[in-house]
Ligand binder design. Structure first.
Ligand SMILES: O=C(O)CCC(=O)C(=O)O
Length: 277
């Protein structure tokens, strides 16, 4: 029997506040990430998850067999800026509830969207190597944060996101892209420096927020089902664009920041403010 969807209550949930505790904020600032439970209901995850999944499989162009893929390609199907493809996906990505959490964790006055991306680790998909996201972004300050939203409960065998605690402040491996080399070099260096790694399952409704310079990875998906995840990357609304330092940042500047001038705030229509006090 099909149950009618109460769209108004789903939208209401995406708009209303989630109270971020002082402990969660302090944890985020010290450890560079935080995992929060019961942020989204099963109903919201089911409804928007189905829409996101349909878009991922419709827009995906990575169809070659696993054994012919690079490490990066084995890690996930990566489909970006779904908000520009579909009005319902936009409702999810523009959630004030999630944008306000990002704002409060960073302690800023508001956030803009950098871009969204769905990251689907297929059954038999490989690990996501250690890396820090901000290597890819031509942004001047470290005030960036990604919300990682599993669309199903994510046990260890699906490859939940894992975090090297307090690693946002160390200047190792900031010059290295996601690769076999980043996995090897960073796992050695992080071990040598005694970073504790939080590698734990996610309950349904639980999400994480991690800072742009926090090192993170994910294990392979050894389950029989896809690990479906949606993410949004937020930046302080007063963030400014810096001169691209590598070819990835150059490409990001053109694609995600609409080549807005270096030194200015990214104020093009690609980077809307999603929450402000
Ligand atoms: O989902 C993954 O496996 C990796 C996610 C990630 O690196 C990110 O969201 O920054």
């Amino acid at each position: 029997m099909q149950v009618a969807v109460d769209k108004a209550s789903l939208l209401h949930e995406l708009e209303t506040e989630y109270a971020v505790s002082a402990e969660a904020t302090a944890f985020y600032r010290e450890y560079g990430y935080v995992k929060l439970k019961n942020v989204l209901s099963p109903e919201v995850l089911q409804y928007y998850g189905d829409i996101i999944t349909e878009l991922v499989f419709r827009l995906n162009t990575l169809t070659k067999p696993m054994e012919e893929r690079t490490t990066y390609e084995r890690a996930f199907l990566q489909i970006m800026n779904l908000w520009r493809e579909d009005a319902s996906a936009r409702e999810f990505v523009f959630s004030r509830r999630l944008a306000k959490i990002a704002t409060d964790l960073m302690g800023v006055q508001g956030v803009r969207l950098y871009h969204d991306q769905a990251l689907y680790k297929e059954p038999s998909g490989g690990l996501t190597p250690w890396h820090a996201d901000q290597f890819y972004w031509p942004l001047a300050s470290p005030q960036t944060v990604t919300v990682w939203i599993p669309l199903q409960a994510t046990p260890m065998e699906m490859g939940p996101l894992a975090f090297a605690e307090r690693s946002q402040n160390v200047e190792i491996g900031r010059d290295i892209e996601i690769s076999d080399e980043s996995e090897q070099r960073l796992s050695e260096e992080l071990k040598k420096l005694n970073f504790n790694v939080n590698d734990t399952p996610f309950e349904l409704g639980e999400v994480s927020f991690h800072a742009g310079w926090t090192f993170h990875r994910a294990g392979p998906n050894t389950s029989g089902a896809p690990r479906k995840v949606m993410t949004m990357i937020y930046m302080d609304k007063d963030q400014t664009i810096s001169k691209p330092k590598n070819s990835f940042q150059q490409a990001d500047w053109t694609t995600w920041l609409d080549s807005y001038p270096v030194g200015s705030k990214p104020e093009s229509s690609l980077n809307p403010v999603l929450f402000t006090y």
